[in-house]
Design a protein around this ligand. Structure first.
Ligand code: WQD
Length: 340
């Protein structure tokens, strides 16, 4: 049993990871400032696991709050760091707030890790570090390209901060580079709850089907793909969560081969926007109202993972497919909208 601090633990991927940590017999401690999450998520976690983890409301960009947090929890076996602002478009409008929040919180966490002699840091990174990859599928050796947004830059810089901190101090870390996390827990007790108008595709699809949104806009169908729409590697959030448990156990049990390891988390399969819509229509037995509009700036044509490293070294492989994720996302949407 390991005591794991989970920052952003009431968020989309964080809450699903807390569930899988409990399922694996560990003791997660949730840290969240509720800037993009609802404390009621704790009820969902308890409904699934029968356990209500300790929740600490802390703003990690306030140095004193982070120091007080670590003075309360000096016996941690590991940290999984999800807490960050993650809206690509918003980061273009508010770069300084993104650097302050995403990098400030990371530095304060690492300083406390060092000062308390703690170890085993898991960083929530993103496939955006690869930008418009020259080769597909994307491996961990694919070149990190200039970030397409300040958000993506905070992930790239974050990985560099961790690398330099490890070179100077004694701790171990793993960066997990997610492709496109989607779906919800099959129980429909927790899921994705974007605040305001969703920026990501799948919540916009389910909100359109639920009547919350009028119509889905498909951002361009003139790309060089099999049907002209962008291709992404959509991975079920529960598969992502399970990878975090494996990664933190790898460090706690000293199985890591290097002090700093990186892994892509994807299914290895690309799906176009139209294929996501077709998947939704199949699992919901409905027709989605959508139209093709102009391209969205900043979109890469295609991105999907080479999952060999995570499969062979982490011993992790995505178990769920696109239809599973769309069915779980739709069940969650219907639950929170009190439909059928
Ligand atoms: C997917 C595809 C859009 C909305 C982003 C972040 C990435 C990660 C995942 C945090 C694209 C199309 C979308 C819509 C559409 N987040 N689309 N209509 O941009 O691949 O990745 O979210 O880590 O860092 O960059 O995801 O869901 O926004 O878009 O046609 O209303 O769906 O053009 O092709 P993206 P997305």
């Amino acid at each position: 049993m390991a005591r794991i601090l989970v920052t952003g633990g009431l968020g989309f991927i964080g809450s699903h990871t807390v569930v899988e940590l409990i399922n694996a017999g560990h003791e997660p401690i949730i840290v969240d400032n509720l800037s993009n999450a609802n404390v009621d998520v704790l009820n969902g976690i308890e409904a699934i696991t029968g356990k209500r983890p300790l929740f600490e409301k802390v703003d990690l960009k306030i140095k004193e709050e982070v120091e007080q947090l670590f003075n309360r929890h000096t016996d941690l076996d590991g940290i999984i760091h999800f807490a960050a602002y993650k809206a690509v478009g918003e980061s273009v409008a508010k770069p300084l707030e993104y650097y302050e929040n995403n990098l400030g919180s990371l530095v304060y966490l690492l300083q406390n890790l060092r000062d308390h002699g703690l170890d085993n840091f898991i960083f929530s990174s993103s496939c955006t570090v690869y930008g418009e990859a020259e080769e597909l599928p994307i491996t961990e050796n694919s070149p990190v390209q200039p970030a397409m947004s300040p958000y993506g830059n905070t992930k790239q810089i974050g990985e560099e901060v961790i690398k330099d901190a490890i070179a100077a101090h004694q701790f171990n870390a793993i960066s997990l580079r997610y492709f496109n996390p989607i779906g919800a827990h099959p129980s429909a007790e927790i899921g994705e709850s974007p605040l305001g108008v969703p920026l990501n595709l799948v919540p916009y699809v389910t909100q359109t089907a639920a009547g919350v949104r009028e119509q889905l806009s498909v951002f361009g169908n003139d790309y060089d793909t099999r049907d002209g729409t962008n291709e992404r590697d959509y991975i079920h959030v529960v598969d992502i969560a399970k990878a975090h448990v494996i990664a933190v156990e790898r460090l706690v049990n000293r199985k890591n081969l290097d002090k700093y390891e990186y892994f892509n988390l994807g299914t290895g399969t690309g799906s176009t926007v139209l294929e996501v819509i077709q998947s939704f229509e199949r699992v919901s037995n409905s027709k989605l109202n959508y139209k093709i509009v102009a391209r969205r700036s900043g979109d890469v044509t295609a991105a999907y993972a080479d999952t060999t490293k995570a499969n062979q070294i982490l011993g992790w492989k995505a178990e769920k497919n696109l239809d599973d994720a769309m069915a779980d996302a739709w069940r969650w949407e219907k639950k929170i909208r009190n439909l059928d």
